[in-house]
Design a protein around this ligand. Structure first.
Ligand code: SAM
Length: 389
């Protein structure tokens, strides 16, 4: 079964039809498969061969593939009223008609966890009510999740599903609220193009973490992307986060030259940039709550401290092991979340809340200062400069 838009547009439903189309157009099968798998528009002479075979115009093929260049958008806008009449408004609705009667599977002082498909839950949460939404969806890499979800959809299916949950999150966000999406760079390029239509772009944060082995003939992928958008021009909350300077791990000496401006450095630390180098994957069994993906507590501590205040309301549609929920709880933010699979690792995390409180305290001691206590000790011992000196 072929489910990507490209083969659908070419009316290719199975291998036999694919071979026959390849023969008629003399476009090799691997090339047709590439257009299909990558969902890209056919180029050079392939385009004419396809148009001739289908007997349609380039405009029609673009519409079939959902490719809307500015000229196409201008035309659609010009004929918007005729098009609306043609497809009838009733075929286009995002409102839920079903009544939702699920109760949370787990409640805490600050939060509520639903064991459900977040798409269903989101249809039933109040719109314009969340201060912060953080989403870390499956990456469609054929990973095995405890929930046994299909993590190997076709590109068209994955992007369609992605657009649905992204649009629902946008509806839930308050004006001035912030939306963060954690994903592989490739998927975040598509997610950005959805978000750019409805929200204000603030930052593409690069998080320096290696997640796979080097790939032949490609640069070594070494970062995740964290998109940061707000509803409206300004976020309601932006609490600046500052970091200590970097020093030599062994001798405590400077690594960077501050060009004679050392005495001008802010005592509360350096400005956080949009490239985050200080996070590492959760591997230590003391902190790791489950087999599959789990984000570092430090990442969520940073995002939640930066973009919300105590008492604010946070939503995470893809609970996983509950990193967003445990950090929200400890930082006294209200939260709502969902996880489609087992939720025992989330509940277990709340049983171990003291361990996480200690972890967060340690993280907080090491931010918003130019030097941490350990740094001051080693620098004093080895006679490196300190603000006081
Ligand atoms: C990448 S993990 C999230 C990890 C999480 N951020 C953490 O730190 O533990 C994605 C999670 O989303 C869940 N999931 C996938 N589709 C879902 C859906 N439609 N509704 C709710 N949860 C879903 C998966 O079962 C998986 O646990």
């Amino acid at each position: 079964m072929f489910t990507n838009n490209f083969f659908k547009a070419l009316n290719i439903k199975n291998q036999k039809e694919l071979l026959s189309f390849s023969k008629k157009t003399s476009i090799p099968v691997p090339k047709l498969k590439m257009y299909n798998e990558e969902s890209i528009f056919p180029f050079n002479s392939d385009l004419n061969k396809i148009l001739n075979e289908l007997d349609i115009t380039e405009f029609e093929l673009k519409l079939k593939l959902g490719i809307l260049d500015s000229d196409t958008i201008d035309l659609l806008a010009k004929y918007s009223s005729e098009i609306t009449t043609l497809i009838k408004d009733s075929q286009y609705t995002r409102e839920s008609t079903k009544k939702y009667n699920k109760s949370p599977i787990f409640k805490t002082d600050f939060g509520m966890l639903y064991q459900d498909d977040s798409l269903t839950l989101m249809e039933n949460l109040p719109k314009n009510s969340f201060d912060l939404i953080f989403a870390d969806p499956p990456f469609n890499l054929n990973k095995k999740y405890e929930s046994k979800i299909n993590d190997q959809l076709s590109k068209t299916e994955y992007l369609k599903w992605t657009e649905t949950w992204v649009l629902r999150c946008i509806d839930l966000l308050k004006e001035g609220g912030s939306f963060f999406v954690w994903n592989l760079p490739v998927w975040n390029t598509y997610i950005s193009s959805i978000l750019n239509k409805y929200l204000n772009f603030r930052q593409w944060i690069t998080v320096d973490i290696k997640y796979q082995l080097p790939i032949p003939n490609k640069l070594y992928p070494a970062h995740y992307s964290l998109l940061y958008y707000t509803k409206g021009k300004k976020p309601n909350t932006f609490n600046n986060q500052r970091l200590p300077i970097e020093i030599c791990r062994h001798c405590g000496g400077d690594i960077k030259d501050y060009g004679g401006y050392k005495n001008k450095l802010n005592k509360n630390g350096l400005n956080l940039t949009d490239v985050w180098h200080d996070l590492s994957p959760v591997r230590h069994s003391k902190y790791k709550s489950r087999e599959s993906n789990e984000l570092p507590i430090k990442l969520l501590e940073r995002v939640i401290s930066m973009a919300s205040n105590e008492g604010d309301l946070i939503f995470d549609p893809f609970g996983g092991s509950g990193t967003t929920f445990i950090v929200s709880e400890i930082l006294k933010r209200k939260w709502i979340g969902s996880e489609i699979g087992p939720v025992d690792s989330i509940i277990k995390r709340f049983e171990d809340i003291d361990l996480h409180k200690k972890q967060i305290l340690d993280i907080q001691k090491k931010k918003n200062v130019l030097f941490t206590e350990e740094m001051i000790n080693i620098r004093t011992k080895n006679e490196h400069w300190l603000p006081e000196s």
